[in-house]
Design a binder for this molecule. Structure first.
Ligand code: GDP
Length: 140
């Protein structure tokens, strides 16, 4: 297995409920290292670009509105097999289907307000990290 980096977002439902520390604890307990982290307010343009693969989906407008509704924490996570590992730690998109002990099972409110984002491939991880971080801001 190789050391990888993946991109993570703690979504507005997490910051609104003061869950950033609790979610980070699950991330770190899983062996992933937070090598960059910043709290931001995502602009409408940033959110639209970030989720452009979903532009044709019926929930796209709702998703963009949600992601810009409050602060988010953008992160780079590093570790062995980090992309797949974080997807496992996050749990299924719909919290009702998320496995026991996953972030979404523990904290998510609904399929939309589901607490975290994680890249779905190594290629997308690279693209997403570049959208929010400069190389110099990632300290491994
Ligand atoms: P993920 O990779 O597990 O985050 O899931 P997807 O790539 O399929 O969807 C991206 C994000 O869109 C999800 O994390 C949700 O926040 C949102 N989303 C997905 N499906 C729905 C839905 O049916 N309704 C709403 N409101 N949001 C959704």
């Amino acid at each position: 297995m190789a050391t990888e980096r993946t991109f993570s977002i703690l979504k507005p439902d997490a910051t609104a409920r003061n869950l950033t520390g609790a979610v980070n604890a699950v991330i770190e307990e899983a062996g992933l290292r937070i090598v960059a982290q910043r709290r931001i307010r995502m602009s409408d343009a940033q959110a639209k670009k970030f989720y452009e693969v979903h532009a044709e989906r019926p929930f796209y407008g709702e998703l963009v509105e949600f992601m810009t509704s409050g602060p988010v924490v953008v992160q780079v996570l590093e570790g062995e097999n980090a992309v797949a590992k974080y997807r496992e730690v996050m749990g299924a998109t719909n919290p009702a289907q998320a496995a026991e002990g996953t972030i979404r099972q523990k904290f998510a409110k609904s399929v939309g307000e589901n607490t975290v984002h994680g890249s779905d491939s190594l290629e997308n991880a690279g693209i997403e990290i570049k959208q929010f971080f400069d190389d110099k801001d990632i300290v491994g």
